[in-house]
Design a protein around this ligand. Sequence first.
Ligand code: SF4
Length: 292
Amino acid sequence: MKCVKCESKAVFLDPCLCKEHFIKNFEKKVADTIKQFSLVKKDDKIVVACSGGKDSTTILYLLKKFHGNVTALAIDEGIAGYRNETLVDLKNFCKLHKVKLQVVSFENKFGSKLDFMLKDGGNPCTVCGTFRRFLLNKHSKEYNKIATGHNMDDEAQAVLMNLTKANTDLLGHSVPITLPVKGFTQKIKPLYFCLEKEIAAYALLMGFDVGFTECPYIDRAYRQKIRDELNQYEQEHKGTKKNILLKHLDVLKNLKFEKREFQHCNKCGEPSKHTVCKTCQLAENIKSNLVK
Ligand code: SF4
């Protein structure tokens, strides 16, 4: 099959594009999202939350290309056979592209790797997500923006997850740029309108050395069920994911969210809704082996 823009052989079928036009098209889509939502300003200090996977590596590469100076920040949760491998890819990538990388581990901060925190069968994703968000925010304070590799699939799943769990106060997080809140680094998501399969194709075509293995705990994530259903819908009704996000952004425009005020956690000093933040509560429970 031929590229719809030239006579070359197509390497991607939806839309039908050759390697050169696919790469151009993809990079333009990301640049357009950055422009449309004013994600990046000239003097922004940007740190990219990186895992060594295709999404965060792609956005690290593109922000360096578009913006210049960016730093990478990675969290090592301590997941054997997975994170240790993606971190090797990330370290190599950063060395090759001359990007400063900081790695922060659960083991150093919380005294144990994720693999050993929940021997009693608790939900690893709850602990992993809470601790990872905490560390990303804590270690991005010297920057004014933190970029993440969240893509259209992730964000459409998040919208549905928050609706099905009635977490309506979290719906405002599924946006290309979060509102400024004191104590939190503003989050930007330049891949918001890129499908996971497009990013995978871009990473492959660009020759990024990234693995495509999934976390061994993925089957225990609530997100996984939503992901499978959504992929089924997308296959049968093309454009479902995009429609969810466009409608979601449309609805958000007409909603008023209460201004979020945070106090300081009595234990760690980080922003918290309660006297002791969720991270410190979880860390304490894990120490006492109470997490279920
Ligand atoms: Fe963490 Fe769960 Fe994601 Fe694995 S699947 S990286 S445990 S949130």
